[in-house]
Design a protein around this ligand. Structure first.
Ligand code: G16
Length: 542
């Protein structure tokens, strides 16, 4: 039975970099979830009779919200719902399902790499009909709606059995519980040379994949172990758990420490990788060598033609502004356009839809292509494997060969987490005020050539996104970027992105920390980080 329930708006339902992310107790407030989902539905024009995809990363509260979403979608006139079995769908798999089924969009329940549990993080995001995160125009409409909402619609009925694949009907709506892995695995098999990778594995190539007790476990087992023949046990932490085993499902050197140590050890496998809570991020480590995400993007772009899907070449390469310029050098060599967008995968959507870019990537461990409209962790791993199989070289040889050919963009990101919002805003505001006076000055050994607050005009629809990060550019291609994270749930996180370009082959083998030490000092001189925040070191360095 469909009911219309009276409600009052919440004033904090503004989607961030990637959907609405809050602590679980915030989402558990009466009608908080319902209000946000109704605000999304009210912002989808022409939803009657359409298909909607529903799934999430399996974190605490996932199942409850999947049930709510099903009952509300039914009451809001959707014609067909495709729901991942167990309420699970990785973000890239959801993107694929939206595109493949011709859905009008999808609800993806995830707070990505943030921790899960009764007191940890939850999130809801809406992806549009192209399979990608809703663009700002839609997220702004959702936020506006959330501030004026007065009622939501829900079908009062028993919970749906999410455990068995099959069809059922609720009111006028057809519901299909689908295998979350099958369509995605099929898509991957269509993009890459599985025979060559299988032959490499049979020839003794050893790999591990850390699923971090998050959503990629079942995908990784099917693809790496069942289809590519890697031995059982290749996938570590493969059971999705509501609290990710008590860890942060964040594939970086802090939270995937065990994997890193394994890969640096004496008996390291040839290849190690990890993905995050919802399966869109990736970490790549070769035997004895960590591959920074910006370098990974550049290497993948330079070698993508070795995989069947990209044999015809790339149309263009896009990266988020804070991502290093290593990929731009590849684009230049390939004589294809490169694009610099604000942080957030949603900004790549138009470029991919217009076929202006084929491969996209971000310093925050995201890489992907036009096969879906999300970044894709397992895709990145498979492209790496395909390249290694084709080149018959180690990760180290491929990466060092790349630096020798293109020069090296030394890169690091320093995060200052849990700052008081007012302090973080004062720091960025202070920099913003001084931007026009910086060009022509020196900071340590660096001469400032330009300084701005990054703004992006979308070349497809002309929309303008402003205040996307403070850029200080130095002579010789080095730079520092300051911006505040849009995905945290506690206080503010200041991100300081440091990049130094080195063309001299004799100096491409330094330790990253050593190569960037003068830039770190310059960042503090520019922004008075220590003085303003009272922190003498970042919380996380990646
Ligand atoms: C999201 C976005 C990414 C962004 C990242 C970090 O990733 O999709 O585009 O780079 O957040 O954003 P911020 O620096 O604002 O915290 P995910 O994997 O969390 O969905």
């Amino acid at each position: 039975m469909i009911k219309e329930i009276t409600t009052r708006p919440f004033d904090d339902q503004k989607p961030g970099t990637s959907g609405l992310r809050k602590k679980v107790p915030v989402f558990q407030q009466p009608s908080y979830v319902e209000n946000f989902i109704q605000s999304i539905f009210d912002s989808i024009e022409g939803r009657a009779g359409q298909t909607l995809i529903i799934g999430g990363d399996g974190r605490f509260f996932n199942r409850e919200v999947v049930q709510t979403a099903i009952k509300m979608a039914t009451a809001n006139g959707f014609g067909r719902l495709l729901v991942g079995r167990g309420g699970l769908l990785s973000t890239p798999a959801a993107s694929n399902l939206i595109r493949k089924s011709g859905a009008i969009g999808g609800l993806i329940l995830s707070a990505s790499h943030n921790p899960g549990g009764p007191k940890e993080d939850f999130g809801i995001k809406f992806n549009a009909a192209n399979g990608g995160p809703a663009p700002e125009r839609i997220t702004d409409a959702i936020f506006r709606r959330s501030r004026e909402i007065s009622a939501y619609r829900i079908c009062e009925t028993d919970d749906v059995d999410l455990e068995t694949t099959g069809h059922l009907t609720l009111g006028e709506t057809a519901i299909e519980i689908v295998d979350p892995v099958a369509d995605y695995a099929e898509l991957m098999e269509s993009l890459f040379d599985f025979d060559a990778i299988r032959a490499m594995v049979e020839g003794g190539f050893r790999m591990v994949f850390d699923a971090m007790h998050a959503v990629t476990g079942p995908y990784a087992r099917e693809i790496f172990e069942n289809r590519l023949g890697a031995p059982a046990g290749t996938v570590l932490n493969g059971e999705p758990l509501a609290d990710f085993g008590g860890h942060h499902p964040d594939p970086n050197l802090v939270h995937a420490r065990d994997l890193y140590e394994l890969m640096m050890g004496p008996d390291a496998p040839d290849f190690g990788a990890a993905s995050d809570g919802d399966g869109d991020r990736n970490l790549i480590i070769g035997k004895g060598i960590y591959v920074a995400p910006s370098d990974s993007l550049a290497v993948l772009a330079a070698n993508a033609h070795l995989a069947p899907a990209y044999r015809g070449g790339l149309k263009g390469i896009a990266r988020s502004m804070p991502t290093s310029a290593a990929a731009d050098r590849v684009a230049e060599r390939l004589a294809i356009p490169s694009f610099e967008t604000p942080t957030g995968w949603k900004y790549f959507g138009n470029l991919l839809d217009a076929d202006m870019a084929t491969i996209c990537g971000e310093e925050s461990a995201g890489t992907g292509s036009n096969h879906v409209r999300e970044k894709d962790g397992i895709w990145a791993v498979l492209l790496w494997l395909n390249i290694l199989a084709a080149r018959r070289e180690s990760v180290r040889a491929v990466v060092e060969g790349h630096w020798a050919e293109y020069g090296r963009n030394y890169y690091a990101r320093h995060d200052y987490e849990g700052l008081e919002t007012a302090v973080a805003e004062r720091l960025v505001g202070g920099l913003r005020e001084r931007l026009s006076s910086l060009p022509g000055t020196r900071v340590g050994p660096y001469a400032v050539t330009a300084a701005d607050d990054f703004a992006y005009k979308d070349p497809v629809d002309g929309s303008l996104s402003e205040h996307q990060g403070i850029r200080i550019l130095f002579e010789g291609g080095s730079r520092i970027v300051f911006r505040l994270s849009g995905t945290g749930t506690t206080g503010a996180t200041l991100r300081v992105y440091l990049e130094r370009y080195e063309a001299d082959r004799a100096r491409i083998g330094l330790e990253t920390g050593d190569a960037l030490s003068e830039l770190v000092a310059a960042a503090d001189e520019l922004a008075a980080i220590k003085a303003l925040t009272g922190r003498d070191r970042p919380s996380v360095v990646t």
